[in-house]
Design a protein around this ligand. Structure first.
Ligand SMILES: Cc1ncc(COP(=O)(O)O)c(C=O)c1O
Length: 492
């Protein structure tokens, strides 16, 4: 087939429709036939299939390419929609967003400049305003879509760093000091349970990992404000500058939400930027029953929200929101070929002025169609179901003497270990590691793992409104039988 006929344009819409439908049909058929989240295939068995594909010899048609794809990818993919997938912060996705995904990639708007996006820019702006309003950030707020929570946190902290440097430059004691010397004393305070992208950001921003001051948590893994107060006092006593405090609204492992109002008061007292990482908990802005858990978030200077976690959107979809629109100016740079300063003066709505990325997907379309078809309440109902399920499972685990629950459910995760009587900590580490591996290899369920105080634990992340307590009980039965088989083998 002539290469040009593969281009999508006014003359090829018929084939576009037919070919995309073949892909859609294959996915639908595969998903309809899945009975477990994973086949359990090890990388060593899949690799030869992928490696043996001859990329120099194209296949004759879409049907052949899709048949091949079924073998190298779809048959053995990890399926987040399955009710026994309970591992990471991946959500089942809603159909309106999948319609959006198909449209946005076909039209292929790029959200850097108005002349590559037109209405797409206005839709993204509406959704940023919608999110900021629900967060309570005030009339002066703004933001931008990003590729994920890691990128949103990086941008939030980049703005915080540049804001701090701006302040330092006004201080006569720093007269004549330039970058990078000005970065020397900047510190970021965040709980020991916060996401590792905070440390990564500190490193990328030229501050180094040591610039992050880990703050102890209470027994629920929420930042302890008294410990934060002490750490801030000690740091300023050493002549350092508290550049930012990062509170987490929904920690990755425990779903814990830091005491946002108390942390905000300390940020204000010390002139520190308050960034709230609500990558996980941000979805609560749609909840009629649990929105109150985010109280205090309205005091943030910047907030990370991941639509691809608790808004049931396909990867990627996230946003960084800021209280003061002008603070996005810290990432503005004009380029003659793309976004000349004259365009800004003419108020051309170029989103690249607010973004770390240049070419950028129209991910906002997925959220737009979701809101237009389900409404915010519809998203909230899905999230509420996951939060309720986690509370029920939390009670099941707390009542079972063979399981050790690290903390009660706070959002929709559970951290626990299989610890039947007589198993000590050292054996428990090996036991729970084995259980997780064994279950993944069986493909019957997918669960996560983490460490608590140096000990290995298992983790459920529940985000599927279709999952029932009985589904989770079945996973617990798998855990128990994998664990008992291991203990019996070890004893033999
Ligand atoms: C609290 C928190 N922040 C940030 C991130 C990073 O988000 P992403 O994976 O979208 O980059 C995660 C991911 O799980 C998270 O749990």
């Amino acid at each position: 087939m002539a290469a040009a006929s593969q281009l999508f344009n006014a003359h090829t819409t018929g084939r576009y429709r037919a070919d995309v439908m073949q892909g859609v049909d294959l996915v639908a058929k595969t998903v309809a036939g899945t009975t477990r989240p994973f086949t359990g295939i090890p990388p060593a068995r899949l690799l030869p299939a992928v490696d043996s594909v001859d990329l120099e010899s194209p296949l004759p048609d879409t049907a052949a390419a899709l048949e091949e794809l079924a073998g190298v990818y779809l048959r053995d993919a990890v399926y987040f929609h399955d009710t026994k997938y309970a591992a990471h912060l991946n959500c089942p996705v809603v159909i309106p967003a999948l319609v959006g995904e198909a449209i946005l990639s076909a039209v292929n708007s790029s959200l850097d400049t108005w002349d590559q996006s037109a209405g797409a820019t206005l839709i993204e702006r509406r959704l940023i305003n919608w999110t900021a309003e629900r967060l309570g950030l005030g009339a002066g707020a703004d933001g931008v879509f990003t590729s994920g929570g890691t990128a949103s946190n990086l941008q939030g902290l980049l703005i915080a760093r540049n804001h701090a440097v701006e302040e330092l430059r006004l201080d006569p004691r720093h007269d004549g000091r330039r970058l990078p010397a000005l970065l020397d004393g900047l510190r970021i305070f965040t709980s020991e349970a916060s996401h590792f992208s905070i440390s990564k950001s500190a490193s990328l921003l030229g501050l180094g990992y040591d610039a992050v001051v880990p703050i102890p948590c209470d027994s629920h893994r929420r930042m302890d404000p008294a410990a934060l107060r002490t750490a801030l006092a000690e740091s300023t006593g050493r002549g350092e500058t508290p550049m930012a405090i990062v509170a987490t609204a929904g920690t990755t492992d425990f779903g814990s939400i830091d005491p946002l109002a108390a942390v905000a008061a300390l940020a204000r007292e010390h002139g520190a930027w308050l960034h709230v990482d609500a990558a996980y908990g941000g979805g609560l802005i749609t909840s009629l029953r649990y929105r109150h858990l985010l109280e205090g978030i309205e005091a943030a200077d910047s907030v990370t929200v991941d639509y691809h976690k608790t808004f049931f959107q396909p990867v990627s979809s996230s946003a960084l929101l800021v209280r003061n629109a002008a603070s996005l100016g810290h990432v503005t740079l004009y380029s003659d070929y793309l976004n000349p300063e004259s365009a800004a003066r003419e108020r051309v709505p170029n989103q690249v002025d607010k973004s770390l990325q240049t070419t950028r997907r129209f991910d906002a379309l997925k959220l737009w169609l979701t809101l237009r078809l389900m409404g915010a309440d519809g998203i909230g109902l899905l999230l509420d179901a996951a939060v309720d399920l986690a509370a029920e499972v939390s009670a099941v685990l707390a009542d079972d003497p063979d399981f050790d629950l690290a903390a009660p459910a706070q959002l929709s995760t559970l951290v626990f270990r299989y610890l039947p009587p007589g198993v000590d900590d050292d054996r428990s580490d090996a036991l729970n590691r084995h259980i997780r591996k064994e279950i993944f290899a069986s493909g019957e369920a997918v669960i996560a793992g983490t460490t608590v105080a140096g000990r290995h634990y298992l983790k459920f992340t529940l985000l599927n409104a279709e999952t029932t307590v009985d589904d989770v009980r079945e996973i617990l039965t798998l855990i128990r039988s994998a664990g008992d088989a291991y203990l019996a083998g070890a004893a033999a």
